[in-house]
Design a protein around this ligand. Sequence first.
Ligand code: SF4
Length: 407
Amino acid sequence: MRKTRPSAFSVVIVLNRSLLLFLVASAPIAQLDRVSGFEPDGYRFESCSVQMSSILSHTQESFVERIFSLLGKGKVHARLLYSHWMKMGSLEGLEVEPQARPLLEEMIRLTDFSVPGHRVAFEDDGTVKFLVELDSLECESVLIPMKAKSTLCISSQVGCKMGCTFCETGRMGLLRSLSVREIVSQVFIAKRVMKKRVDNIVFMGMGEPFDNFEAVMGALDVLTEDAGLGFGPSRITVSTSGLVDQIDAFTERADPALHLAVSVNAPNDAIRRKIMPVNRQWDMAALKRAMARYCENPRREILIEYVLMKGINDSLECADELAHYLRGLRVKVNLIPYNPQSRDRFAPPDEAVVDAFLERMRARGYLTLARRTKGQKIMAACGQLGNLQLRRKIFLDRSSQSHPGCA
Ligand code: SF4
């Protein structure tokens, strides 16, 4: 699917006493900047040029302020335009009084409503993996139904530079970070374009969210905007591989109801250094201190993610050591049996070993769950986002750059 753009832009006006029903159909009104002088049912936009960033990168207040800075008026209608678009995903049914119609038209002319194109890569058992187009690249999002709720796993980067050895995305390297608009678009597409139910959002797709810190914080502001997408902070989890400085910044700035997940994956530095290069910059002691600072607020607890890999970190001794490491922190533990990937370097743990690890952690007093890896077939489980075709393309691009003479 290409960029979402209307084949026709129609405006129907119905006079009903003093009320003018201003109905804009077949929205989204994308790429108004590329259209000049079109006449939607008698409404002529002499020249259309987008003068503000995407509506998807704004909270309601920042959108209103931007419109006001451009027009010097229109705060009430800018608020209405923002909430209608973000809640409906179109301008259909947007009503304004007749005298406000020209002002609304002007706001629409100034606003970028474009939404990146997407395509569904795979759908099975309720799990949907879709790819969002970003210039010549793509990022991946996965909708995972879980009991009565549905969780959307979104990406913050294309690829990742952290290089965790068990992770498919890490093998791609970092191609680029996503903007606020691109992060929010993944949710907007799932909810408003694909019309899927999304109860929870997890930043566990491609990329290290804290390596794109400002954009992720900006996206959190937009996602939790009451007048827009309206996700309560307690429905969002941000996962990090353990960037200590950014955990501290998150501790400082984030709403206490937002959830933090930390990928620990090892009980000691010797193992963690081998599978997670980030441990060379911040060892487990530094990570624990940052987690303790985060937990100083009694409303906060951390989800500890632990990918179990056969013979690497799945012994009962590892469980004991992990329990000791986590002592004093307010945490829940999520065990994730490793999923075989495209180039198997590790093996999944035996089921009995997962059960034994789980029981040992529980016996040590930790609320511990083992994740069932839904979406395994489509490489949509943890650490498995990393589009194979995209990786091949990158490999070919790089090869041709390093060997420009090869035909
Ligand atoms: S596990 Fe997360 S931080 Fe590590 S390489 Fe993969 S995406 Fe990056």
